[in-house]
Write a protein that binds this ligand. Structure first.
Ligand SMILES: O=C(O)CCC(=O)C(=O)O
Ligand SMILES: [Fe+2]
Length: 409
């Protein structure tokens, strides 16, 4: 989502990070940014979602309760035994098997089911009841089709959003859809986002004391999911599509750590599992490194390529994971998702992406998707200190060096 152009049927598009834009682009955005955050929070939780304890509406007492009731997420001795930072930097990913505490597995699974239920509730509701005005646009004139809705229920990343005609992009940016920034909907996931063990894991894996939050999603893959194509993600900061990096140059970049958490695990075949290519991140080639199928990947980008450090031929790895496992993946690493057979059960996953600043510039890349209400709360000092810091790249123009979107050089 870019710029401030008006589309014919809606209000002007909201910038990705409205608080980083040097001049307010138009009166609609200016009005949104003047709004009391409790009013905006209310607009992001229409009554049909029937949430009575959404983190976006938490009081100081609720935040205090979160701190007072924290329990360990991970068995840190199991994490330490499996995680080797040098290997992670060299290979672009690390698998941490069965590192969640038994209670974590249970509570995290329930949290993901509840998040999906909220997402489905929105899909099935009457969107004319949404307070579009407070969300910064005129009510949409187009509706999703029944087919679109049925196709999206029970899964993630399935709602059509090539434009904002039906209002989907607006509902995504403001995290009215629980699949985008689910930590703002589900108390347990807010616990995960801010948990000292999670933050420690990020500092260790990114090799940086300064870490920031970037984005958080539900990644639910139901039976019949057709699979996800090969891709990798840009990191911005001038570090994309610019040739192979040495390990030390790679470490210095403003790297992103995709933390994929699978409380119920998955099998290697037909189970919606993650596939990955060890060493592919060092090529820093999100523009060239993609393919629809494994066969195309092997015949195309992969053909003849070797790991720049180990000289092993690059190859596709089909991971299988027991319950309670986590995969850490650097953004440039090529990955894809296996299909999910009809006789399997839903694969549950939540993604928490954190990042570090670039070592040379000291700048952090702007947030990929911190909803405006959370950026505003952080800027206004309405959140606990830990979140105020984690969300800083959504509102601090100095830290982000004048950039306004995550992919900027
Ligand atoms: O579903 C998954 O396991 C990974 C999804 C993914 O690669 C993405 O959302 O970018
Ligand atoms: Fe991805």
């Amino acid at each position: 989502m870019k710029g401030s152009a008006s589309s014919p049927d809606s209000a002007p598009t909201m910038p990705q990070n409205p608080l980083l834009v040097p001049e307010l682009p138009n009166p609609t955005v200016a009005r949104l940014l003047q709004c009391p955050t409790d009013e905006l929070a209310r607009a992001t939780r229409p009554s049909f979602l029937a949430t009575d304890h959404s983190p976006v509406q938490w009081s100081e007492n609720d935040w205090d309760r979160l701190e007072a009731n924290r329990e360990p997420l991970f068995d840190m001795s199991a994490v330490t035994a499996q995680f080797d930072r040098a290997n992670y930097l060299r290979d672009g990913y690390a698998v941490l098997k069965e590192v969640m505490m038994p209670k974590t597995v249970e509570e995290w699974t329930e949290a993901l089911k509840y998040g999906q239920e909220l997402n489905d509730r929105l899909l099935k509701s009457d969107w004319t009841q949404i307070d579009w005005h407070t969300l910064g646009r005129t009510p949409p004139t187009k509706l999703l089709t029944i087919e679109d809705i049925n196709n999206a229920i029970g899964g993630s990343q399935r709602v059509p959003q090539s434009d904002d005609e039906a209002g989907v992009k607006t509902l995504r940016q403001h995290s009215v859809f629980a699949e985008y920034f689910p930590a703002g909907h589900v108390p347990y996931l807010m616990n995960v986002l801010t948990h000292p063990q999670m933050l420690q894991l990020q500092r260790v894996s990114l090799g940086s004391d300064a870490i920031y939050f970037d984005h958080n999603q539900l990644l639910t893959r139901p039976p019949g999911y057709p699979g996800g194509a090969w891709h990798s993600h840009k990191i911005g900061g001038g570090a994309d599509n610019c040739g192979v990096a040495s390990l030390s140059a790679y470490q210095g970049q403003p790297n992103f750590n995709l933390t994929l958490c699978y409380p119920q695990g998955f099998e290697a075949k037909d189970d919606g599992g993650l596939k990955i290519i060890r060493g592919s991140h060092l090529f820093r080639d999100p523009a060239g490194c993609w393919a629809d199928t494994d066969e195309e990947m092997r015949a195309g980008w992969l053909a003849g390529r070797k790991h720049p450090v180990t000289s092993e031929p690059l190859q596709i790895e089909y991971i299988s994971l027991p319950p309670g496992s986590v995969i850490l993946c650097l953004s440039h690493a090529a990955h894809a998702v296996a299909p999910k057979a009809l006789d399997r059960t839903t694969r549950w996953c939540s993604l928490f992406c954190y990042k570090k600043p670039g070592d040379v510039t000291g700048y952090a890349q702007p947030s990929h998707s911190v909803p405006p209400v959370w950026a505003m709360k952080a800027q206004r000092g309405e959140l606990p200190a830990v979140l105020t810091e984690l969300f800083r790249p959504s509102y601090d123009k100095e830290l982000t060096g004048g950039r306004t979107v995550d992919s900027q050089a």
